[in-house]
Design a protein around this ligand. Structure first.
Ligand code: OAD
Length: 257
């Protein structure tokens, strides 16, 4: 349904909700000026260029030609370091403050949920402004100055080996501890209501918690200006922007009877 205001039955459900699981993707940061991956203007929009970008962001390229991977990572990091949380990020912080239990699973590597103040979250794909050493235990942050000076692969300040971005590249496993938390939060103790937004939901570990909740009869909500494979599976598919719809969801949750 095209979004104008929340449907009354959704408002009634939210007024009784005490636990919420939220899953976000790049669309939630679009209103902060960060490029999405797919769709018009997305990082992979042009097919040939998109394939080259995916290849650059892969484990084999990092091993063979780290400067090429860092070229794309530096582009993403420069967008990110200038961006500020938008009303969607802020509304999620308000939701967490209202509810007895709140968990956010994000695919975004821009750190904007954390910057806004969300606490209980799993950033399953990592953070593009963090680095780690390929050989020693060094883990650090990229500053504006680092990014201005960055050409090629940055060096570890401790051992001078090449640093790698602290993100999951294509062909890499998801971090085990984060997968374990995802299972605990969404499978072992499923939230009452699941909200998914701003994602094309192509990865099974992103779509499955929503499908599981829907199958179990839990209320499920999708927020996206475009239809996705989940649109027909959720109870409420709201066509619109997260920055416009999330504040209304937060207000409905806060009006809990
Ligand atoms: P995509 O770029 O695939 O999808 C972005 C989604 O956001 C689309 O469905 C848009 O319609 C929607 N959208 C755009 N603007 C929006 C807005 N204002 N409010 C709500 N939705 C909006 O991004 P992801 O699904 O996050 O992985 O991509 C998943 C993963 O693919 C990324 O984490 C990245 C990428 O390869 C890695 O880097 C490992």
């Amino acid at each position: 349904m095209t979004f104008r205001q929340l449907p009354p039955d959704l408002v009634a459900t939210l007024r009784e909700t005490v636990s919420l699981g939220v899953i976000t993707g790049a669309g939630v940061s679009a209103e902060s000026g960060i490029q999405t991956y797919r769709g018009q203007g997305g990082l992979y929009d042009d097919e040939a260029e998109g394939d080259r970008t995916v290849e650059a962001l892969s484990a084999p390229t990092l091993a063979a030609d780290p400067d090429r991977t860092w070229g794309v990572v530096a582009h993403l990091a420069r967008q990110t370091i200038q961006a500020k949380p938008n009303p969607a990020h802020q509304a999620l912080v308000a939701m967490e403050a209202t509810l007895e239990r709140f968990i956010l699973l994000t695919q975004n590597v821009d750190g904007l949920h954390r910057l806004a103040g969300t606490r209980n979250m799993i950033d399953i794909h990592g953070d593009v402004l963090e680095t780690r050493c390929s050989s020693c235990a060094f883990h650090g942050d990229l500053s504006v100055e680092d990014l201005q000076a960055l050409t090629g692969t940055p060096r570890c300040p401790q051992c001078a080996c090449g640093l790698r971005p602290h993100v999951v590249l294509f062909g890499e496993m998801l971090p085990e501890a984060k997968i374990r938390r995802l299972h605990e939060e969404f499978y072992e103790r499923p939230p009452e209501v699941v909200l998914i937004a701003g994602t094309s939901a192509i990865f099974p570990y992103i779509a499955e918690p929503v499908l599981l909740a829907a199958q179990a009869g839990h209320p499920t909500i999708e927020v996206n200006p475009e239809p996705t494979p989940l649109s027909d599976r959720v109870r409420w598919s709201l066509r619109g922007k997260a920055g416009e719809i999330f504040p209304q969801i937060a207000a409905a949750l806060a009006s809990r009877a």
